[in-house]
Design a protein around this ligand. Structure first.
Ligand SMILES: Cc1cc2nc3c(=O)[nH]c(=O)nc-3n(C[C@H](O)[C@H](O)[C@H](O)COP(=O)(O)OP(=O)(O)OC[C@H]3O[C@@H](n4cnc5c(N)ncnc54)[C@H](O)[C@@H]3O)c2cc1C
Length: 350
């Protein structure tokens, strides 16, 4: 594959203007605050832009990664070759259905906290479990985001995706729009059908091994969601949201992070296990296992992805040794990861 970043940048700039950038540090676009440059970075504001870009990349064989708010993503220090595009499609409407139920029709880039701030005062309930989930609704489907005994699966009716699975470096076919109903999404605890393909494996030493990327990644891009809402007292919603926010303030660290690093294993908590193997407060480079919540790795200021991966590896290995539990990653690894978790093999966590 040849990708001439400067030529692609120049071509895209005629349409996207200042929304396209060359060698953009990914650390600016994720809550971990780590990650090297994307060759080309674009912010997509509309469905038409998204569809044209995917079509163009498929035709020209330009590698493309689509992301949301970067709140569940760890980018590699080496950054990402090709184009990284943020889905910032931001419109939504509320529609009463013929059977009397109410649907929120939202574009995938709508951000959860903004939505709650607008829905709660109008007395629309359904998503109030998520005031502390800083991502987009689209990203929320991928991991079936949830908190406080609620999750996306409880309210999601359907999604609309742009399906580019038949395009590869060897062949082009026109991406198609398709709709998946709730039952086709395989939603369960932090899981959806979309996560199956990119499940991270770990090598013999415990470093993450990222699945090979596709030309258009992910190949099914969520564009729109239908979410069931219900009527609720605005005051009750406000109180619940405030209660959840306060709970987070008490239990989660204030520094930069990507939320929980590992999924909770069945019947237990990843944070409890990591604490039990003596890693609370452990530092590697400028990354640290939070003292407030051991399933959070925080950036102390200038952490690298390698620092974060060193802690991931150490926590997984220690938990496996002591409890026989294989922790599974909740955060997604994106970018150019070498063997042994970037260059993490060179320096071990202390
Ligand atoms: C402080 C903090 C607290 C958090 N608390 C919670 C919590 O309580 N519960 C919880 O579930 N999560 C939590 N998270 C994690 C995160 O906010 C969620 O996983 C969120 O849903 C991710 O959305 P995003 O837009 O940031 O996704 P990103 O991180 O941008 O992307 C995640 C993955 O989804 C893919 N993706 C994104 N958008 C689309 C799309 N439209 N179509 C196809 N693929 C897409 C990306 O390629 C990437 O692989 C927390 C994170 C932080 C930083």
């Amino acid at each position: 594959m040849t990708f001439d970043a400067m030529a692609v940048y120049t071509e895209l700039r005629t349409h996207f203007r200042e929304r396209v950038r060359l060698n953009e540090p990914l650390a600016r676009h994720c809550t971990f605050g780590v990650g090297g440059p994307a060759d080309v970075w674009i912010t997509l504001d509309s469905r038409d832009e998204l569809m044209s870009l995917v079509r163009l990349c498929a035709e020209r064989h330009w590698p493309l990664l689509l992301v949301g708010n970067g709140t569940n993503t760890l980018y590699a220090d080496a950054g990402m070759r090709g184009i990284v595009a943020r889905i910032a499609l931001n419109n939504y409407s509320i529609e009463e259905q013929e059977d009397g139920t109410v649907l929120l029709l939202a574009e995938a880039g709508v951000s959860w906290p903004r939505l709650l701030n607008e829905l709660a005062p109008q007395g629309w309930g359904g998503l109030e479990f998520g005031p502390g989930i800083p991502g987009t609704l689209g990203g929320g489907v991928i991991s079936n985001a949830g908190a406080h005994n609620g999750d996306m699966a409880q309210v999601l009716e359907w999604i609309e995706v742009l399906d580019a699975r038949s395009s590869s470096e060897e062949q082009y076919s026109v991406p198609i729009v398709r709709r998946y109903q709730h039952d086709e999404l395989d939603l369960s605890y932090r899981h959806s059908r979309f996560r199956e393909l990119r499940r991270v494996q770990f090598d013999a030493q415990g470093y993450p091994e990222v699945a090979p990327r596709q030309l258009i990644e992910p190949a099914e891009i969520i564009m729109r969601l239908g979410i069931r809402l219900h009527r609720e007292e605005p005051q009750k919603l406000r109180e619940l949201i405030e209660q959840y926010k306060q709970h987070r303030k008490r239990t989660q660290p204030p520094q930069q992070s990507a939320g929980s690093v590992f999924k909770n294993p069945p019947g237990d908590y990843a944070g409890r296990l990591i604490e039990q193997v003596g890693m609370k407060g452990m530092v590697h480079g400028k990354a640290k296992i939070s003292e407030r919540h051991a399933n959070f790795i925080v950036n102390l200021g200038s952490a690298s992805a390698t620092d974060v991966v060193a802690l991931i590896k150490e926590a997984r290995n220690r938990v496996h040794e002591k409890f026989g539990v294989d922790l599974e990653l909740e955060v997604e690894l994106r970018g150019e990861w070498g063997k042994s978790g970037d260059s993490a093999a060179q320096s071990e966590a202390q």
